[in-house]
Design a protein around this ligand. Structure first.
Ligand code: ADE
Length: 243
């Protein structure tokens, strides 16, 4: 890849208390190769390096009382400002939290098409709300469950974006038939052997009749979406009926 292409490649910056958790899974397989090839870049900023006391404290007790600790706004902001200067700014700031708006394929696509993302990873009870408001952080959740910190959620977000960067996945990969791209979950997949432990690959998939295969896959996608994700199904059906 040329130097020019490298400087324009998609950038991920993780602000974290655990920089060793990166690139983690993103150093492997297709994302890892693309990282080596300079199709995207990853930088970590160690939030603790901005603490000024001898214990390198980054958190304090919650105002109003209660369990756990909260990450201090002044320390977190120093990390954000440092990352902004080093990366020339311009990256949207995302804070990962179960309180955030659910991550969607649509938001992933938008982020992947932009210059990159700066991701703030919380630990303990989270980050003081004032720095999130002051720096206009977009609060995103990767699901309705609580992880022990934002790092794994950051890897999820980055993974979903990186695989959409042109050239990262093989050229034979079609994104348009994937789950969510049309508002439906994807149809099931099969390969050889055509019979395995008494279970057959569905007849239609062996027929070579592309029209029938397409229709069968669509039926399967619709049925599975209706059953597993009534929320997606309702939105899909409403959009379809509009047409
Ligand atoms: N941090 C902890 N749990 C999380 C979640 N579900 N989504 C995003 N960030 C988180």
């Amino acid at each position: 890849m040329s130097e020019d292409a490298k400087t324009k490649s998609w950038r991920a910056v993780a602000l974290t208390l655990f920089p060793d958790m990166f690139p983690g899974s993103l150093g492997q397989s297709l994302a890892g190769r693309a990282l080596e090839d300079g199709r995207w870049s990853l930088e970590t900023v160690d939030i603790r390096s901005f603490a000024s006391d001898k214990h390198r404290t980054v958190d304090d007790t919650p105002s109003g009382g209660g369990a756990g600790m909260v990450m201090r706004p002044d320390i977190v902001d120093l990390a954000i400002q440092d990352a902004k200067t080093k990366n020339g700014g311009g990256l949207p700031l995302v804070y990962l939290t179960p309180r955030g708006r659910p991550l969607t394929q649509m938001r992933v696509r938008e982020l992947a098409e932009g210059p990159g993302v700066m991701v703030l990873c919380g630990r303990y009870e989270g980050v003081d709300q004032r720095v999130l408001d002051a720096r206009d952080a977009e609060e995103i959740s990767v699901g309705d469950y609580v992880l022990s910190g934002g790092e794994v959620a950051a890897l999820v977000l980055m993974d979903a974006c990186v695989r959409l960067i042109p050239g990262v996945m093989g050229s034979d990969t079609s994104h348009t038939e994937e789950s969510f791209e049309e508002g439906l979950l994807e149809y099931p997949h099969f390969t050889r052997p055509t019979e395995w432990q008494g279970r057959q690959v569905p007849e239609v998939l062996l027929s070579g009749h592309h029209g029938n295969i397409r229709a069968w896959r669509r039926e399967q996608a619709e049925a599975i979406t209706r059953e597993r994700r009534p929320d997606l199904w309702q939105a899909y059906a409403a959009k379809r009926d509009e047409k």
